[in-house]
Design a protein around this ligand. Structure first.
Ligand code: COD
Length: 309
């Protein structure tokens, strides 16, 4: 598009482009909390063999060794800190990152809320004063580039201030991935401001704040409905004049239900590939869920390595 040419926009076409961004850089120290999980171990060991991370596995050593033996993972030379108790393994992992012994934190066989509670611990957690938010990248056949989506997993019902923080976290990450002035679509059910739909009011405010440079380093437009956010044709059909419509890099979700359902429909119905990370803490956090594939966990490690630059 003319706009992209103006800013020499660099975009990711596929998730495998992430490897080009992190390969050859310094290895990141990856702390895995409760590492006794097969898919997590498979992904971590692959990223280790690719020289992208230096893992430190915290968890049930016997269990970790058994899983690796059963799957022919060669872990000679890998650091394991034996901590069979899950809660203690999480605490140890978070404290190691607090003490600057880790560049990335990853969730193993432990519940999401248990890890997040440790991360948010006021004495030894990983707070920075920023809002923490979830950032996901999807590769889907029907869109010509990777599309980022936030927040589909952490912030339940973000208010305007939270949405600004979520955009800022995401835009900083996109810039680390090589983007300049990423295009942000603030989603609603419709593209007109409707005073009964709060998402459309927030979207209009965010767009104006962006025009006035209160939110920088990106181009925000909204409200946009999903179709005109991702399709020029739909936008033209509706007569929408927008730099973002049809060329979105980042979709901002109104709340966790919309976000999570979109996430899962992309993966289950559209067979999208996904990588995700929690941003805004002292370090990026890989917090994939049990339903994510080993490939998704691997791609999420690459994304986190890029985000930790
Ligand atoms: N960023 C920074 N600080 C936060 C955040 C955040 N996103 N959320 C809470 N805090 C801080 C608060 O300021 C407070 O000091 C403390 O943490 C506790 O806050 P609560 O009581 O509002 O939070 P919790 O502990 O009840 O819940 C925090 C969760 C992140 C666990 C909660 O928001 C949550 O359950 N989110 C949804 C997670 C989920 O179920 N995802 C499903 C898809 S995988």
């Amino acid at each position: 598009t003319p706009h992209s040419i103006k800013f020499l926009q660099m975009v990711l076409k596929t998730l495998s482009d992430l490897k080009g961004i992190v390969a050859g850089g310094p290895r990141k120290k990856l702390i895995v909390a409760a590492a006794q999980d097969q898919h997590s171990l498979g992904a971590v060991i692959r990223a280790w063999q690719d020289s992208i991370v230096e893992p430190i596995l915290v968890g049930d050593q016997e269990n970790i060794r058994n899983i690796c033996a059963a799957n022919n993972y060669n872990i000679d030379g890998l650091t394991i800190i034996n901590e069979p108790d899950t809660e203690a393994a999480v605490q140890t992992s978070v404290k190691m990152v607090s003490n600057r012994q880790g560049d990335i934190l990853m969730k193993g066989k432990v519940g999401t809320s248990s890890l997040l509670k440790s991360v948010l611990n006021k004495e030894w957690g990983l707070r920075t004063g920023n809002l923490l938010s979830h950032f996901a990248l999807f590769e889907v056949e029907t869109y010509p580039k990777v599309i980022a989506v936030t927040d589909v997993a952490m912030n339940i019902a973000p208010n305007l201030q939270d949405k600004i923080a979520i955009i800022n976290n995401s835009v900083s990450c996109l810039i680390k991935l090589g983007y300049r002035m990423p295009k942000v679509a603030v989603l609603g059910a419709v593209e007109m401001v409707n005073e009964n739909m709060e998402a459309t009011l927030d979207a209009a405010l965010l767009s104006k704040m962006n025009q006035r440079d209160q939110i920088k380093n990106c181009i925000i437009d909204g409200p946009l409905a999903f179709d005109n956010a991702v399709s020029y044709e739909s936008a033209q059909h509706k007569g929408i004049r927008s730099e973002v419509a049809g060329d979105t890099d980042l979709l901002l979700m109104p709340d966790i239900e919309v976000g999570n359902v979109l996430y899962k429909s992309l993966v289950f119905f559209a067979k999208a590939k996904v990588a995700s990370v929690i941003l805004g803490a002292r370090v990026p956090i890989v917090l994939t869920s049990r339903s994510d594939s080993e490939q998704a966990k691997y791609d999420s490690i690459l994304l986190s390595a890029a985000a930790s630059k």
